[in-house]
Design a binder for this molecule. Structure first.
Ligand SMILES: [Fe+2]
Ligand SMILES: [Zn+2]
Length: 483
């Protein structure tokens, strides 16, 4: 039963013109006090009526009262029909036409308050800590209009202002975190490709559009996100351009190769940093703790015979292997390979499985494949070399098959951008007696690229949607497991 004091108090709650009190317990009259006045009244009265000394864990702290019946009776609810709210001791559910029902706990809700008291409006940093939330956090007033949920708290964080109101749009409550690494989310999942798909649907954007047209840049980012491989053309003939192209997405990743680097071979050079031999499929810098996420290769010269670039979607190949060779597939998810770079002034080493899966969904997170940089195979327990060798053999055969391999010869003025954690790259042998080959390279970390994807999709939603390759090429993603 509610106390007469409470009944008297709750009569004072204001009623906005568009809404009505669904709980219908509490009538509203016209002479309403201001919100802070109500808040302080409720707080002081609530304290005086809800405390049951025998149950209260800490009589000195009003935020630890425990009588749930009284707490519940304190909460008033406004819902604009046909939206509806149901609330219980520890949480509430909101529903409305066109809005999926959302059920949330009060502690959770208090924690995700984004109001200017809780989150600094400029720095976006939180002013509250999760452990500051009272164990008996309860609302005193809930308002839901089918779009926004508002809560005023009966037992707020100590020190919170009495006029504190938490307010969220339902879309935020439905998806409060932006897990940019969530590759299996329907809106993000990789659209995997093979040679045929890539030959027919490779994505080119002109330098001019990429640098200056936000919609076309967004389209290019959307394709990069889905397929992991896009191309820029008509780039001015300058060594500076690779940096400009990369930093349009995010800051350059520095490594011991420098902020940008060159893959350059000139005819009969005496001292070449790079050979002109075939370089098999690999990913870069697998020996680093955080290998660079995206790679940029801008072609400045390519007049040699040969020197074509090869690419393959390792997610596609791994996915095929999962279906056709599950035992060998498992071997490459369980066994860690070692990758190293050991030179006089650099010693790098890391171990990772070839197939790195999301722990819960088992979708691919990364493929880590780089035979040129492989170290001695790390031995943990019994050495089972043969199964590993067989598994690697199966994967390599799929990856290097004609069906999987997309090749093209980059021309001067063209740049490839690809996901280094998913797409393997290789280079055919080239003949330096017939010309020269010069690519300028750069890396941008995954964090920065995922951030760019998110921002771009928000700022250019139409271009982002229209460019989705899933729309144009439904056949390429038949393989659900790849996502
Ligand atoms: Fe490479
Ligand atoms: Zn707040």
């Amino acid at each position: 039963m509610r106390s007469p004091l409470l009944r008297q108090l709750t009569r004072g709650l204001p009623r906005p013109a568009r809404s009505f009190v669904t709980s219908a317990r509490f009538k509203v009259n016209a002479n309403t006090p201001t919100q802070p006045e109500i808040a302080s009244k409720i707080d002081s009265v609530a304290e005086s009526v809800k405390v049951n000394p025998s149950k209260q864990p800490d009589a000195s702290n009003k935020h630890h009262a425990t009588d749930k019946r009284i707490d519940l009776s304190l909460a008033t609810v406004e819902a604009v029909k046909p939206a509806s709210v149901s609330h219980r001791a520890y949480g509430l559910s909101i529903a409305a036409p066109g809005v999926p029902t959302i059920s949330l706990n009060y502690t959770y809700l208090r924690d995700i308050c984004k109001c200017p008291q809780c989150v600094d409006r400029y720095s976006k940093q939180r002013n509250i800590r999760t452990n500051d939330i009272p164990t008996d956090i309860r609302p005193r007033h809930i308002k839901w209009d089918g779009e926004h949920l508002e809560i005023q708290w009966a037992t707020d964080i100590p020190g919170a202002s009495p006029d504190h109101i938490s307010r969220w749009h339902h879309s935020y409550l439905k998806k409060p975190t932006l897990d940019t690494h969530d590759l299996h989310d329907a809106s993000n999942k990789p659209v995997t490709w093979d040679r045929k798909n890539m030959e027919e649907h490779q994505q080119w954007v002109s330098y001019e559009d990429y640098m200056t047209n936000d919609a076309k840049f967004a389209a290019s980012m959307r394709n990069l996100q889905r397929t992991g491989l896009v191309f820029v053309k008509d780039i001015p003939d300058s060594r500076e351009e690779v940096e400009k192209i990369a930093t349009r997405i995010g800051p350059l990743r520095n490594t011991f190769y420098g902020m940008t680097w060159d893959v350059r071979t000139v005819p009969e050079a005496r001292n070449v940093a790079y050979t002109n031999q075939f370089l098999g499929f690999h990913m870069d810098l697998m020996y680093m703790n955080e290998p660079p996420g995206y790679q940029f290769l801008h072609c400045l010269e390519n007049s040699c015979d040969g020197g074509e670039s090869l690419f393959a979607d390792a997610f596609r190949a791994a996915s095929k292997m999962r279906r056709q060779h599950p035992k060998e597939f498992r071997e490459l998810t369980e066994r860690k390979m070692g990758y190293e770079y050991v030179h006089e002034d650099q010693i790098y080493y890391n171990e990772r499985p070839v197939f790195e899966l999301d722990k819960s969904s088992k979708h691919f997170r990364h493929v880590n494949y780089s035979p040129p940089f492989q170290s001695a195979i790390p031995i943990r327990g019994k050495l089972r070399f043969q199964p590993l060798k067989e598994a690697l053999d199966v994967f390599t055969q799929i990856l290097e098959s004609k069906e999987m391999t997309f090749d093209l010869k980059l021309n001067p003025g063209e740049c490839v951008i690809f996901d280094n954690r998913r797409i393997v790259h290789a280079r055919r042998h080239f003949n330096t007696s017939t010309g020269s080959r010069w690519l300028a390279g750069a890396y941008v970390d995954t964090d920065a690229v995922l951030s760019r994807f998110n921002v771009t999709s928000k700022k250019q939603p139409d271009a982002w949607r229209a460019a989705d390759p899933l729309k144009h090429v439904p056949s390429v993603n038949k393989d659900k497991k790849t996502a």
